[in-house]
Design a binder for this molecule. Structure first.
Ligand code: PLP
Length: 367
């Protein structure tokens, strides 16, 4: 049996240090706003190459806190527009609508699954205030062209880096490629905690301060409230766990790349399209999605019978979700095609090379 992802194995691979780390925090008697949070924020900022990192409760909050921060700073007003890929995980879009902003959906490119930078400009209106670069599946968006558009129209460039811990673009890390970035440390992410956790990274000191306050009841000093904030904090336990796991992130990402390269070079099934993978990009393969233009669901059940678990990221695009029924009549053919064709293969640092071979053999045997 090849599972899609076994979190127990991930945890085991960090033992005995993981249990020691947890025990140390429990014994310290200090669970929020302590040394671990402070140290994790410093270490993750250094890792990304940014001046600031603010640990928060989860990835969705991290994204929403960036927009709330800009609104408190007067950079954005309710009703302003944010351009976002139509084929992202719904959290990217929920963060925008939660802040009273309007998501403007943009088609991705079929070959990279990433926002098509050539389609952005046609969507810009006088109310457009930001572009969201979602580094979907762990591959960084075309940041140079996106930055050029952002500069030309004075837009903020916000990264959704929830799937891109350690991903690189021209020598710089995801999280340090725009004006501000949001990370998720949901357990299944490349850098995952043992519960929900997230972070905002930025080089904008003013934004960092507002986000820090907003995440803690709008307060920087106890009982002094500058904004109508929320409670969204990373705790000491998750911070300590993430500090331990951060040390191995680059090595884990390297192994993900190696497995992805095997899938790319060894899957030879005319029914299947493997993603293109330009070597110069620091892809971290949070997800390895193949495209199966016909009979995708049949392939998935067939693999299941062979003992191989796969997933679909994502079965239904945001504009076809009940939550956004106001968009039900909109049409995004490329987005819809992607959602109908993608199938994610098992790929993680706790898979063995034999398991990857087993997946490749099975996929190649499908007729
Ligand atoms: C996981 C994820 C999020 C949300 O992160 P949570 O920590 O689950 O709130 C946002 N955007 C993308 C692209 C994600 O994959």
């Amino acid at each position: 049996m090849v599972h899609y992802l076994e979190l127990k194995k991930v945890s085991d691979s960090f033992q005995p240090e993981l249990s020691d780390t947890i025990e140390k925090v429990v014994q310290s008697g200090w669970y929020l706003f302590g040394e671990e949070k402070k140290a994790f924020e410093e270490e993750f900022a250094v890792y990304c190459g940014t001046n600031d990192c603010i640990g928060v409760g989860n990835g969705l909050d991290a994204l929403a806190l960036i927009f709330s921060g800009y609104m408190e700073m007067g950079v954005m007003q309710p009703g302003d527009e944010v351009i976002v890929p139509a084929n992202t995980f719904i959290a990217s879009i929920l963060a925008i609508t939660r802040c009273g902003l309007i998501p403007v959906l943009c088609e991705p490119r079929l070959d990279s699954f990433l926002l098509d930078e050539e389609k952005i400009e046609a969507l810009i209106t006088p109310r457009t205030k930001a572009l969201m670069a979602v580094h979907l599946y762990g591959r960084v968006c075309a940041m140079d062209p996106m930055r050029a558009v952002a500069e030309r129209h004075q837009l903020k460039l916000v990264e959704d880096s929830a799937q891109a811990h350690g991903a690189m673009y021209k020598g710089k890390k995801a999280g340090n490629l725009g004006d501000a970035a949001a990370f998720s440390f949901y357990p299944g992410k490349n850098l995952g905690a043992l519960s929900d956790a997230g972070a905002v990274t930025t080089n904008d000191a003013a934004l960092a301060e507002v986000v820090r306050a907003l995440s803690n009841y709008g307060s920087l000093t106890k009982y002094v409230h500058l904004y109508k904030g929320i409670n969204s904090r990373i705790d000491e336990l998750q911070s300590a766990v993430l500090r331990l796991k951060l040390k191995r992130l680059d090595k884990d990402n390297e192994l993900r790349r190696r497995y992805a390269e095997r899938y790319i070079s060894e899957i030879h099934n005319p029914r299947i399209i493997v993603p293109d993978y330009p070597n110069h990009e620091g892809h971290v393969f949070h997800i390895f999605a193949i495209r199966v233009p016909q009979r995708r669901d049949e392939l998935q059940s067939w693999l299941k019978e062979q003992g191989i678990e796969t997933q679909i990221h994502y079965p239904k695009p945001p504009h076809l979700q009940e939550a956004y029924k106001e968009w039900a009549t909109l049409s995004f053919p490329i987005t819809e095609k992607i959602h109908n064709e993608v199938l994610s293969m098992p790929l993680s640092p706790v898979h063995t090379s034999e398991e990857i071979t087993c997946v490749i053999d099975a996929v190649n045997r499908f007729v």
